[in-house]
Design a protein around this ligand. Structure first.
Ligand code: NAD
Length: 261
C-alpha cells in the first residue's frame, strides 16, 4: 500500500492554536486535508476569523472553540464539543522564569495545569473517540526542555519532562490499537512570543539583531537557526501519516542539534 500524507476525513483538535506553533500546526494539518478545531482561552472575533481563513485557504472545515486549558473540566468539554478527535495535538503552553526559591506558587500551578495536566484531560476524553473511529494520533508538543534542563525554568521543565512520560504511557496503553502517541521536542522556534523578545535582548546586550540571535538566543542551538512553525506542522503531519504508524511512545527533536550537545 502506498504511504499517504492525506489526512482528509480526519478531525484534528489543536489546543492553544490561535498563535505560534499551534496555529502553524493547524494550518499544515488543514493543508493535508484534515478538518481542524482551533482553541484558546479567549473568544474574540479574530480567533474565529483564523478558523474561517484556514477553511477558505485549505478547503476543509475549521472552527474555533474557546476553552481554558488550565481547567480540567474545560479541557474535557473541548473534546466533547469538537464531537470527533482523530488527531489530538496538545500544544497550549506558558512559561515563567525565576529561581526555585523565588518561583511564585501560582505560576508553578498554572504551568503544571496548562502545560501538563491539560494533556491528561484531553487525552482521557479523546481516546474513547479514537477507539470508536478505529484510528488515532496523539501528538504532544514538549520541548528540548522535555529532555534537558536549564536553570530558572523549574515548572516548565518539570511539565515538559512530565508530558514526555505521559506520551510514553499513552503509547503503551494504546500499543495494540491503531493509535499512536508521540512528542515533538522543539528547540527555539521563531513565534511572535520569541520575536518580541529580540529587541529587549538587543538592548540588554548592546548587540545587533543577528549577533544577539546567534550568540544569546541560539547559544544552545548548534544550527544557529530558529526552527519554524511550518517545520513543526510538517513534523506533526508526518507523525499523523501512515509512514509513522509504527512510531509510538517516542520523541522527535526539531532543535537544530541542541540535544546532541
Ligand atoms: P504562543 O504563546 O504563541 O502559543 C501558546 C498558545 O497557548 C497560544 O495560542 C495561547 O493562547 C495558548 N494558551 C495559553 N494559555 C492557555 C490556556 N489557559 N488555555 C488555552 N490556551 C492557552 O507560544 P508558542 O511558542 O507557539 O508555544 C506553543 C507550545 O510550544 C508550548 O507548549 C511551548 O511550550 C512549546 N514550545 C515552544 C518553543 C518556542 O521556541 N517557541 C520551544 C519549545 C516548545
Amino acid at each position: 500500500m502506498a504511504i499517504t500524507f492525506d489526512l482528509s476525513g480526519k478531525t484534528a483538535v489543536i489546543t492553544g492554536s490561535n498563535s505560534g506553533i499551534g496555529l502553524g500546526i493547524a494550518r499544515e494539518l488543514a493543508m493535508a486535508g484534515a478538518d481542524v478545531v482551533l482553541n484558546s482561552f479567549t473568544d474574540r472575533d479574530e480567533d474565529h476569523a483564523l478558523a474561517e481563513e484556514i477553511a477558505n485557504v485549505a478547503g476543509v472545515k475549521a472552527r474555533y472553540i474557546k476553552a481554558d486549558m488550565s481547567k480540567g473540566a474545560e479541557c474535557r468539554k473541548l473534546i466533547e464539543e469538537a464531537g470527533a478527535c482523530d488527531i489530538l495535538v496538545n500544544n497550549a503552553g506558558i512559561q515563567h522564569v525565576a529561581p526555585i526559591d523565588e518561583f511564585p506558587e501560582e505560576k508553578w500551578d498554572a504551568i503544571i495545569a496548562i502545560n501538563l495536566s491539560s494533556a491528561f484531560h484531553t487525552t482521557a476524553a479523546a481516546l474513547p473517540l479514537m477507539r470508536k473511529a478505529g484510528w488515532g494520533r496523539v501528538v504532544n508538543i514538549a520541548s528540548a526542555h522535555g529532555l534537558t534542563a536549564s536553570p530558572y525554568k523549574s515548572a516548565y521543565i518539570a511539565a515538559k519532562h512530565g508530558i514526555v512520560g505521559l506520551t510514553k504511557t499513552t503509547a503503551l496503553e494504546t500499543a495494540e490499537e491503531p493509535i499512536t502517541a508521540n512528542a515533538i521536542c522543539p528547540g527555539y522556534v521563531l513565534t511572535p512570543l520569541v520575536e518580541a523578545q529580540i529587541p529587549d535582548q538587543m538592548k540588554a546586550h548592546d548587540m545587533d539583531r543577528d549577533t544577539v540571535v546567534r550568540e544569546v538566543m541560539l547559544a544552545r542551538q548548534p544550527s544557529k537557526e530558529f526552527a519554524t512553525v511550518e517545520q513543526m506542522g510538517g513534523t506533526c503531519a508526518f507523525l499523523c501519516s501512515d509512514a509513522a504508524a509504527q512510531i509510538t511512545g517516542t520523541t522527535i527533536s526539531v532543535d537544530g542539534g541542541w540535544t546532541a550537545l
